[in-house]
Design a protein around this ligand. Structure first.
Ligand code: PHE
Length: 351
């Protein structure tokens, strides 16, 4: 049987639960703590508030009503407080996660690594610049050529050793990979009228076994000038200027007699070694000179082959190996390094 005093006790008890809760809630630091607190007060099995409601079973009448109201009041308060605490914890967890993930737009960007020009390209561009600044046009032509353009039109006799399959990469029919850039002389003259001044950079192919100074594919730069009053003095002056522009004003040149089927007379041009200035070193194998290019006055047979009057026009032509010139310029002992794409090698040439 219940009494008023019992109801008072329970009311007081509800007050006590609330006071204990107010104390416990201050220690809550995480969502797990909040869950723990929820179980301790509102849990079905061991909740302190649940116990208040269970105790109501022993009361009757006004006492039960008063104690029930008090228990309800405490349950509402505690439920609301726990939910407030949980919301607060979730908010601050979200805020700290957002702070950690935040992008700082004031940070400097990460640089993208820059590529650089291949040493052969750099050398070729310098060669081109010398001639372009003298008014030459840059022209190109096909790497797959016919026997006629690569040899016949250039006045190679049928039994010339360069036509041998040993030296030339032959393709189907009378096609081949051009062995030099000279066929573009013919192609350009066929399509144009004198006067003209062109340079022709491009890849060429020969059946060489790769070694320190040979590669089956390499880069040449051809030159051709045709007008009605061109002499060997123009050729010499032009190429001497070129050597000085490329290797420095102190450079000298020498012209040695040479032979090419498509020039007459022909010459080989050497320049004083840019590495030792002519005193002899590893780059020039002690001679003080490096081979620069082959050249000569355009053979009249070429003008005949393109239908120009060889009694009225003259010209000069020259052709150089860009790989070789770059090799001299950089003092490189083995040209195969150019084509191995080893970044440790190539990075040395980035400016
Ligand atoms: N075509 C020649 C070679 O490959 C070079 C050259 C070009 C010589 C033009 C004279 C004139 O060796």
């Amino acid at each position: 049987m219940s009494t008023e005093a019992d109801a008072g006790d329970l009311t007081v008890d509800a007050q006590g639960v609330l006071e204990r809760f107010e104390h416990d809630v201050t220690a809550v630091a995480s969502l797990e703590d909040a869950e723990e607190l929820h179980a301790a007060y509102l849990g079905r099995k061991r909740g302190a508030v649940t116990a208040l409601f269970q105790a109501l079973r022993d009361l009757d009448g006004d006492a039960k009503r008063a104690a029930g109201a008090a228990a309800n009041q405490v349950r509402q308060t505690i439920t609301a407080r726990i939910s407030d605490v949980e919301t607060g914890l979730k908010d601050s967890a979200r805020r700290s996660r957002e702070a950690a993930e935040a992008v700082d737009p004031t940070l400097p960007g990460l640089p993208d690594p820059l590529g650089g020009l291949h040493p052969i390209t750099q050398t070729l561009l310098e060669i081109q610049n010398v001639f372009v600044s003298m008014g030459y046009a840059v022209v190109d032509g096909p790497e797959v050529e016919t026997d006629w353009y690569n040899f016949g039109a250039l006045n190679f006799p049928d039994d010339h050793p360069a036509r041998d399959e040993q030296d030339t990469m032959m393709l189907a029919g009378d096609l081949l990979l051009r062995t030099h850039t000279s066929p573009v002389q013919i192609r350009h003259m066929e399509e144009n009228e004198p006067p003209l001044a062109i340079i022709v950079p491009g890849r060429v192919f020969r059946r060489d076994t790769p070694d320190a100074t040979h590669n089956p594919m390499f880069v040449q730069c051809e030159g051709l000038v045709v007008d009605t009053d061109i002499t060997m003095a123009d050729l010499k002056g032009t190429l001497d200027h070129f050597a000085k522009a490329l290797f420095g004003p102190e450079t000298s040149t020498r012209f040695r007699p040479g032979y090419f089927p498509f020039t007459e007379p022909s010459a080989e041009v050497d320049a004083t070694c840019p590495a030792c200035k002519g005193s002899g070193c590893r780059v020039c194998k002690g001679s003080g000179w490096v081979e620069l290019l082959g050249c000569g006055m355009v053979h009249p047979a070429l003008f005949d082959n393109v239908g120009w009057d060889s009694t009225k026009v003259q010209g000069f032509a020259f052709g150089m190996g860009v790989d070789r010139i770059a090799q001299v310029r950089y003092g490189l002992s083995d040209i195969r390094a150019y084509y191995e794409n080893d970044l440790r090698f190539l990075r040395q040439f980035t400016t």
